[in-house]
Design a protein around this ligand. Structure first.
Ligand code: HEC
Length: 99
């Protein structure tokens, strides 16, 4: 009985540890799923919206912060980029550059 209880609370603790960071901030992978709706899947861009797979990380940081801070003209990315912190922009840039 005693052993069983220890195992159960150990599992509960592991679940908490795994879930907590995901709730604090969505991962780059989770955010990136929204980007490809417009930008198209890995292999292809979508009409005139550029594809993001292999997009140079430094340029993505420059573009997204530019859109967010109103320094770059945009129809929609200015609003989308407002949702992200510098850390999330860095994570997105690393995610797409590695595709
Ligand atoms: C609603 C559609 C839509 C979504 C969702 C979207 N984008 Fe865009 N993206 C665009 C459009 C349209 C442009 C062209 C600039 C503009 O008019 O806003 C663009 C431009 C860009 C550019 C500049 C490309 C270049 O080289 O000129 C980057 C980088 C980019 N988006 C990244 C992202 C990332 C990262 C996400 C997900 C967080 C995302 N986009 C989500 C529509 C979208």
């Amino acid at each position: 009985m005693r052993t069983q209880r220890t195992v159960l609370s150990g599992a509960a603790l592991a679940t908490l540890v795994l879930v907590a960071p995901a709730q604090a901030a969505p991962s780059a992978e989770a955010i990136a799923r929204n980007c490809v709706v417009c930008h198209g899947p890995k292999e292809a861009g979508q009409l005139e919206i550029p594809k993001l797979a292999n997009y140079p990380a430094r340029k993505m940081v420059e573009m997204l912060t530019g859109f967010r801070d109103g320094q770059k003209e945009a129809t929609i990315m200015n609003r989308i980029a407002k949702a992200f912190t510098d850390e999330q922009i860095q994570a997105l840039a690393a995610h797409f550059a590695a595709q």
